[in-house]
Design a protein around this ligand. Structure first.
Ligand code: NAD
Ligand code: LMR
Length: 329
């Protein structure tokens, strides 16, 4: 194998998502079974030792595609020459913390990381923000990277997309692979809107196949939108393996393309489509090809969907205004 390795930077590498993610990247599941990778792990100083332990385990797997691991607490080093950056490390909300405090604390992480990406990453850098609040953290990082094309900054709603696919498949007694054209709109938060009106299950329109607006409004949407909280309640910790899996799916689809007749959901910088204000990082239906994505255009948005998309976009607008007033963008 003579291919030049792809530099993949992972922040928060010693955390629980990091632990579920790194082995899959190193085994070729992120980019492809023929793509060698070099890992750059960014952690805070107190967690560098733990990241070193994970690196020892990565070495012990003898992955043929893994061509090196660097560990650092310096964002400029971590993003030097990065082709793919997975921004996982974030400040969780702790007791007594107001929303503004959370946004400010994360601004202190994502602003310098955005600048470090701007100054050091490779020209083809692709960024996925996983750390919450993911859409607004991506907005902050993007604003700090004016030399990087805006479409390289994305936020993860693929976990929500995957959750919706399973809920829908289970309702209709179908396989998840038979579910196509689902959309997550808006924010990765409880206001997100999982939309089945354009989805297909085994070739049939999903909303028609379900034919149960009560289930849609009172079960499906809340189950998907509040799944993160339900997992925290059950596990005592937020989703990790499924989040890592979604990060793998997001980047793999971005790089390798969506299947014909299907699309995926990604948090991306809005171009104003579907009435989402330009510049907000909001989830849309997208197709991907040759490492680029495009918003699926021309979908009919009914009243039921419009109200819910608008509510999530309103929340994103409020988060944007809050980080703007904190001077973070
Ligand atoms: N978008 C999604 O679908 C989704 C899903 C699940 C979790 N998440 C979010 O992902 C984030 C990580 O979750 P986790 O379970 O791995 O958390 P975790 O607390 O186990 O790990 C976070 C890691 O980030 C590190 N970190 C903190 N600040 C950092 C910085 N400035 N630079 C580098 N590393 C830093 C911490 O030291 C820690 O090791 C959380 O914000 C969580 O809410 C998002
Ligand atoms: O970490 C969280 O708050 C939940 C997480 O974003 C999830 O959707 O599982």
């Amino acid at each position: 194998m003579t291919r030049t390795p792809v530099n993949v930077t992972v922040t928060g590498a010693a955390g629980q998502i990091g632990y579920a993610l790194l082995f899959r990247i190193a085994s070729g599941q992120l980019l492809g079974a023929d793509v060698p990778v070099k890992l750059r792990l960014l952690e805070i100083p107190q967690a560098v030792k733990a990241a070193e332990g994970t690196a020892m385990e990565l070495d012990d797997c003898a992955f043929p595609l893994l061509r090196g691991i660097d560990i650092t607490d310096d964002p400029n080093v971590a993003f030097s020459g990065a082709n793919v950056a997975l921004l996982v490390g974030a400040r969780p909300r702790t007791k007594g913390m107001e929303r503004g405090d959370l946004l400010e604390a994360n601004g202190g992480i994502f602003k310098p990381q955005g600048k470090a990406i701007n100054d050091n990453a490779a020209d083809d850098i692709k960024v996925l923000v996983v750390g919450n609040p993911a859409n607004t953290n991506a907005l902050i990082a993007r604003a700090a990277a004016p030399d990087v094309p805006a479409d390289r900054f994305t936020a993860m709603t693929r976990l929500d997309h995957n959750r919706a696919a399973t809920q829908l498949a289970q309702k209709l007694g179908a396989g998840v692979e038979e579910v196509k054209k689902l959309t997550i709109w808006g924010n990765h938060s409880a206001t997100q809107y999982p939309d089945i009106f354009h989805a297909e299950v085994a070739g049939r329109n999903a909303a028609e196949a379900v034919n149960d607006e009560k289930w849609l409004a009172e079960e499906f949407i809340p189950t998907v939108a509040k799944r993160g909280a339900a997992i925290i309640e059950a596990r005592g910790a937020s989703s990790a393996a499924s989040a890592a899996n979604a990060a793998i799916d997001h980047v793999h689809t971005w790089v390798n393309g969506t299947a014909d007749g299907d699309w995926t959901s990604m948090g991306i910088v809005s171009d104003g489509s579907y009435g989402v204000p330009e510049g907000l990082i909001s989830s849309f239906p997208v197709t991907t090809k040759d490492g680029k994505y495009e918003i699926v255009q021309g979908l009919d948005i009914n009243e039921f969907s419009r109200t819910r998309i608008d509510a999530s976009v309103k929340e994103l607008t409020e988060e944007r205004d809050a980080v703007r007033s904190l001077g973070l963008i």
